[in-house]
Design a protein around this ligand. Structure first.
Ligand code: UDP
Ligand code: MG
Length: 331
């Protein structure tokens, strides 16, 4: 009797997985998009390896979304995620990371401030570094903004409980395994550069000169920047809470000394003054400190509230260019 063995062929993979995924958050960048895509594509083609470009339309209101859809129609390498509203730069980066499948993920800005400058970063990634972040050598912004950034980064470095490198923005190259870890991090208040440092692995900074914006105004308003700065401080440091207790201790100690002094004077001076002004000053001072301490606690409580609500970081309205377009978005 003969037994026929049917040979099973291994399944043929029809999709070529990209080596590089470029993630670009886009918020009202209509003027830059065409030029950005032209330049970016030429750099990517020159690298001669499979790639994908993921544009995350962060609720743009200036027609950037339609422009991206048109770009995607003409370029098979392009994927577009349209978020349902403006969720902010950090959430847009998370959306892009969640959908990137390359061995290396390149996170860029869509305003051409970082163009072409990722090649030196890629070289470090090829050498085996898992996180290669760009460090700004100079800024092209005005003096006020430059000094605000300077103070923020230096202060954050002093108080943060992880080492966050100075002047490193979100522009970076991440290895696949780092991108996978970042995807699994459940934090809602995303201060990407902090989380990126926190996860460890082999990290290196590469200095670069930041160009001026190609077109348009910065999309980070002062309020958004402040929010980001607060996220940085409160997500990576307990110092504000500790300062509140330290200050409380100090004031209580002063209060104790003062009471001893008052009692002493009460018995030694025949006509001890009533001290109305002292009372007012004391009440105002203590009231102020208490309010500040409450505010600090509030910052943390608010963040805890954000975490327990477990809302998704972003919501995808539409996806273009992905193979599994009909699958429910996994936010
Ligand atoms: N951005 C975004 N959502 C926002 C704000 C900004 O996706 O709510 C994008 C913006 O389109 C740009 C990048 O984030 O690609 C960096 O923004 P911007 O250039 O304003 O920041 P800066 O370079 O001044 O730090
Ligand atoms: Mg910019």
């Amino acid at each position: 009797m003969t037994i026929h063995l049917t040979q099973t062929k291994p399944p043929v993979l029809s999709v070529v997985l990209p080596v590089f995924s470029v993630v670009l958050p886009v918020f009202n960048e209509r003027e830059s998009l065409a030029e950005l895509h032209r330049r970016l594509s030429s750099v990517m083609i020159a690298l001669a390896e499979p790639y994908e470009i993921i544009y995350v339309d962060d609720g743009s209101r200036d027609g950037s979304g339609d422009l991206l859809a048109a770009i995607q129609q003409n370029d098979a390498q392009v994927r577009v995620l349209h978020l349902s509203r403006n969720f902010g730069h950090q959430a847009a980066i998370s959306a892009g990371l969640d959908h990137a499948s390359g061995d290396a993920v390149i996170v860029l800005d869509a305003d051409l401030q970082t163009r072409r400058r990722f090649c030196p970063l890629l070289a470090q990634w090829r050498l085996g570094f898992d996180v290669v972040y760009a460090v700004r050598r100079e800024r092209k912004e005005n003096l006020f903004k430059r000094s605000a950034y300077d103070i923020f980064y230096r202060l954050l470095r002093q108080v943060a409980n992880v080492e966050i490198p100075l002047d490193a923005g979100d522009f970076c190259v991440l290895d696949r395994r780092v991108a996978d870890v970042l995807r699994k991090m459940p934090e809602r208040n995303r201060f990407m550069r902090g989380i990126r440092s926190w996860i460890g692995f082999r990290q290196i900074g590469v200095p670069y000169n930041r160009a001026a914006r190609f077109a348009g105004q910065p999309k980070y308003s002062l309020l958004k920047l402040l929010r980001l700065a607060f996220d940085g401080f409160f997500s990576f440091s307990y110092l504000p809470l500790r300062l509140a207790s330290l200050f409380g201790l100090l004031v209580s100690f002063l209060g104790f000394l003062l009471s001893v002094w008052t009692v002493y004077k009460r018995f030694t001076l025949p006509e001890f003054p009533s001290g109305f002004a002292t009372i007012v000053v004391g009440v105002m001072f203590l009231g102020g400190i208490q309010l500040i301490a409450l505010g600090v606690i509030g910052e943390y409580v608010g963040r805890i509230f954000d975490e327990v609500k477990q809302r998704p970081l972003y919501i995808i309205g539409e996806r273009r260019g992905f193979d599994d377009e009909r699958q429910a978005p996994d936010a």
